[in-house]
Design a protein around this ligand. Structure first.
Ligand code: FAD
Ligand code: SF4
Length: 402
């Protein structure tokens, strides 16, 4: 792996608590009745219950609670925006600071990994039912795990060579290492879920799958990057965030020199691109977006991190032209309110301005014989929301079998 990409991302954030720190943190918990933290988790991971277990030194019990409620417990521990979900809801916010719920979840999941534990079992009911899930992202993985536990035979189809969807091909490895995704996937394999990888399902094949299986779930995500309709958009060197991040991950950071980079967008995807460029040794990096600094949609933790590693964030400017001769050389911007302009030198421009549904998945809507969930339904949100929607779809599928 490229040495730069191997640099640890904010060790404080990715290193797990040791037992002493976990106990100290869990002992700060107020053991609230009707706990707001548990209500704050879309997937129902139930932090109040697993923190109580940690506090009473029942780490197995904690890990079991997490796994039962959230099949992506290990990944979510690292990348969930808990500061605006469970931690924001924590009662200790009113006293001093919230319990570090994500770190405690990571501690319990690390225990599972270290001692090679398996907590989930299949219910002893053979349904004789078979379900096909399209896409191996969080929504499908969550739906598949719920169904498999209830005795359904599940096959997941995905066009990529490894399962995980955006966990694997979007979120960079310094925030979410492959080993953590593999830990979550191994739980599905133990439940007997089968994976058909390198297999892109066409609309025609989907019709066939509907006949072959008792039910079909589609969690195809948003895989069509949005582009900008401004002069110079087709110049060489103007790439989309998804292309860039996937290439960096696939090539283990071995890429052609990026030179001077301008990133366009103020969301988490833009921040991930910015940090990746830094690790890949770009000559200079600017991230420019149309929102104010506070209004930019990236979570504060990511904005702070990017700022801390020395990447300037330029707010309230929109790109109006990519300038160059065959290859991009500069980007021209206009201020959102006062109309002033600026130009930045650029050898690489990364567009992180959102994704939408790809043409092949556009017609796959929830209907009598198709269940759906995740980004393609909610317009793009979080892993934990996709997990929630996958669980809900599984419940509907089970209901349809009655
Ligand atoms: C760069 C980046 C950073 C992010 N950071 C975070 C974060 O820190 N925290 C967070 O909670 N969320 C984050 N997200 C969002 C999160 O990754 C998504 O909300 C989540 O992955 C959505 O899950 P999903 O199952 O709906 O879709 P996806 O994860 O997109 O998975 C869909 C899968 O279906 C496959 N597929 C699509 N069509 C077909 C077909 N026809 N045949 C076969 N396979 C198909 C796709 O290739 C993909 O593997 C980030 C997203 C990106 C892009
Ligand atoms: S809300 Fe905070 S203090 Fe209360 S149970 Fe949850 S983690 Fe503990």
């Amino acid at each position: 792996m490229n040495q730069n990409l191997a640099i640890e991302y904010e060790p404080e954030q990715i290193e797990a608590f040791d037992v002493r720190r976990a106990m100290e943190e869990a002992s700060r918990c107020l053991l609230c009745e009707d706990a707001p933290c548990s209500k704050g988790c879309p997937a129902g991971t139930d932090p109040a219950k697993f923190i109580r277990s940690i506090r009473f030194r029942n780490i197995n019990g904690a890990a079991e609670t997490i796994r039962e409620n959230n099949i992506l417990g290990a990944s979510c521990a690292l990348i969930c925006p808990y500061e605006r979900l469970c931690e924001q809801a924590c009662s200790r916010c009113g006293i001093d600071r919230p319990i570090q719920i994500g770190k405690l979840q990571q501690f319990a999941m690390e225990h599972e990994r270290k001692y090679n534990k398996t907590y989930l079992t299949k219910e002893d009911t053979y349904t004789g039912k078979r379900v096909a899930c399209i896409g191996a992202g969080p929504a499908s993985l969550s739906c598949a795990a719920e169904l498999a536990r209830k005795g359904v035979e599940v096959t997941i189809f995905d066009e990529h060579k490894k399962p995980g969807g955006m966990l694997r091909y979007g979120i960079p490895p310094f925030r979410l290492p492959d080993a953590v995704i593999d830990q979550d996937i191994s739980q599905l394999e133990k439940l007997g879920v089968k994976f058909e990888l390198n297999h892109k399902v066409t609309p025609e094949e989907l019709e066939q799958l509907k006949k072959e299986y008792d039910s079909v779930f589609v969690g195809a995500g948003l895989w069509k990057p949005k582009k900008l309709s401004i002069p110079g958009s087709d110049l060489q060197g103007v790439v989309t965030a998804l292309e860039f991040l996937a290439q960096a991950r696939e090539n283990h950071g071995e890429m052609a020199p990026l030179g001077h980079v301008v990133i366009i967008g103020g969301g988490d995807v833009a921040m991930d691109c910015a940090a990746t460029c830094k690790y890949l040794g770009a000559a200079s990096i600017y991230d420019v977006f149309i929102e104010t600094l506070e209004g930019a949609p990236a979570v504060q933790r990511e904005k702070d991190y990017v700022f801390k590693i020395g990447i300037p964030l330029i707010s309230e400017f929109k790109p109006i032209e990519f300038i160059g001769n065959g290859k991009v050389e500069r980007v021209k911007f206009e201020h959102m309110t006062n109309g002033s302009t600026m130009e930045l030198v650029a050898d690489t421009v990364i567009l992180a301005v959102g994704q939408t549904t790809r043409e092949d998945a556009a017609s796959w809507k929830e209907s009598e014989d198709i269940f759906t969930g995740g980004d393609m339904v909610n317009g793009g949100d979080t892993v934990v929301r996709a997990v929630k929607e996958g669980k809900e779809a599984a419940a509907k599928i089970m209901e349809s079998f009655k």
